[in-house]
Design a protein around this ligand. Structure first.
Ligand code: ZN
Ligand code: MN
Length: 477
């Protein structure tokens, strides 16, 4: 195995309050973007002497649900530790985390890349607090740093894998699926801009591992890993020694940069956190959480294939987001499975992806989509019109009626109108007609495209094709 990759991923959780105090969690605060710095703070999350942490028990439940979804073993009892370091992002000079006994360990996630299934082992999941945000100022030659403690104490789970990835694509697939699972569980919400940040370890040819820290998002992890892979391969080829170090990903430059020699975990001098009790994760509670877990993406995908006879890839697209899957199932009852799956997994999902939106974040109501699909089913809309209307609904966030009215699109079936358009185009495109008559099938597609553009897609593509062929035949008689 020439490449080994492992990930450590920090996920901000969707609780109302912070991990060790009653402050609001800015992650779930509407308008967090305009939030003034250092407003959601108290003596505890600022680390004032004498302040004491109190554990938000909701976060333990959240972590247990993540552990169950990732097939982990849950520690029957656990405690928190202080990870000591000196840096202004943590006012008390240590981070409360779990070290010796994490809440969960030994999990498994199955991923599939290019149709190949693979099991990724989860080494551990632990709970910890987010540090404050540092903002480095470059102000007319003056350089200084501001600290915003709103983020200090935001609840995180850190999910650590074994070094089981062999390509950057596998790492990306894992993170995508991790996000989906955590969203299904209702403990993470991408649409709230809750962050998912990863430290990515990569080594080549059994050499020392190099850690690239703090990469935000899913795509960036893949980019950073691709870069690191090439860089380390080149060093190896030129016989240079790769030593253990920490690097930073620069998404603008597209490179990783040396940060410091990697410290070992022992350098942090972990000690037991005496201000928090030992916590028992009772069997009964775990069982209760297990019972309340929703159907997860994998289970849903498998059920969709079985129950609706969908293709694996279509089922996977539909199951990628709970809200999208729900829309499909509701729509299937109204317009049938084929129309519902085709449009929801097809044009709708494509438009959401293109606009970097989830269905939830788009704010589109399921009923609006179903309204459009009903008109398609009735024959009021061609494929092309249906796609245009769905796109516009997603992009404008408006309701179906107003979008349809504004676009003024419907299906054109009137033979006379269609014929007039086609004759006009054939007259303009004599060369394409000749090419077609000479056997170039491609020219027919070109002519169909012309008709579609001229009629803004209001003529069904099949009808257009048939009518063009007929018109050319008549002309050459
Ligand atoms: Zn606080
Ligand atoms: Mn951490």
């Amino acid at each position: 195995m020439s490449v080994m990759i492992g990930l450590e991923t920090h996920v901000q959780l969707k609780s109302a309050s912070k991990l060790f105090c009653g402050c609001r969690n800015p992650v779930t605060y509407k308008g967090a973007g305009e939030l003034k710095p250092n407003t959601f703070v108290c003596p505890t999350c600022l680390g004032f002497p004498g302040s004491k942490p109190r554990l938000n028990s909701k976060i333990v439940d959240f972590a247990i649900s993540a552990a169950l979804a990732l097939n982990c073993k849950i520690a029957p009892s656990m405690y928190f530790s202080r990870k000591t370091y000196f840096y202004p992002d943590m006012g008390k000079n240590f981070q409360i985390t779990q070290y010796e006994v994490p809440i969960a360990s030994e999990g498994i996630m199955e991923i599939s890349v290019g149709g190949k299934k693979k099991k990724i082992r989860i080494r551990r999941i632990h709970i910890e607090e987010d540090p404050a945000k540092l903002i480095h100022m470059h102000d007319g030659g003056r350089e200084y740093t501001k600290v915003d403690y709103n983020r200090s104490g935001v609840p995180l789970i850190e999910i650590v894998t074994e070094p089981d990835f062999e390509t950057p694509e596998e790492a990306r697939e894992y993170l995508t699926k991790l996000g989906q699972i955590l969203e299904y569980l209702g403990i993470y919400d991408f649409s709230l801009e809750a962050s998912m940040k990863s430290d990515a370890n990569l080594s080549v040819f059994g050499g020392d591992r190099v850690e690239t820290k703090n990469i935000t998002g899913v795509k960036e992890v893949q980019r950073a890993l691709r870069y690191e892979h090439i860089r380390q391969n080149n060093m190896h080829r030129f016989g240079k020694k790769i030593e253990m170090e920490s690097r930073l990903w620069d998404p603008v430059g597209g490179v990783t940069k040396r940060m410091r020699r990697k410290e070992s975990e022992a350098d942090y001098g972990y000690i037991f956190e005496p201000d928090l009790p030992v916590i028992e994760n009772e069997k009964e509670k775990i069982l209760q959480i297990k019972k309340s877990l929703p159907e997860l993406p994998d289970e849903k995908r498998i059920r969709f294939v079985k129950q609706y006879q969908l293709h694996e890839s279509e089922a996977e697209k539909l199951a990628s987001e709970k809200e999208l899957a729900d829309l499909f199932e509701t729509a299937a009852k109204v317009v049938g499975v084929k129309i519902a799956s085709g449009w929801v997994a097809g044009a709708l999902k494509k438009t959401l992806n293109y606009n970097n939106l989830s269905f939830r974040k788009s704010g589109v109501k399921g009923d609006e989509v179903i309204k459009v699909l009903k008109m398609f089913k009735k024959g009021d809309f061609t494929d092309h019109v249906t796609e245009t209307v769905l796109q516009k609904i997603v992009e404008s966030g408006r309701d179906a009626d107003s979008v349809i009215k504004e676009l003024g699109l419907k299906r054109i079936d009137d033979k006379k109108i269609i014929e007039t358009v086609i004759l006009k185009i054939l007259a303009e495109e004599q060369r394409a007609v000749d090419d077609y008559l000479g056997g170039a099938e491609k020219s027919l597609n070109y002519l169909i495209g012309k008709v579609m553009r001229e009629t803004r897609g209001q003529v069904d593509a099949g009808t257009a094709k048939k009518s063009i062929v007929e018109a050319i035949k008549n002309q050459t008689k």
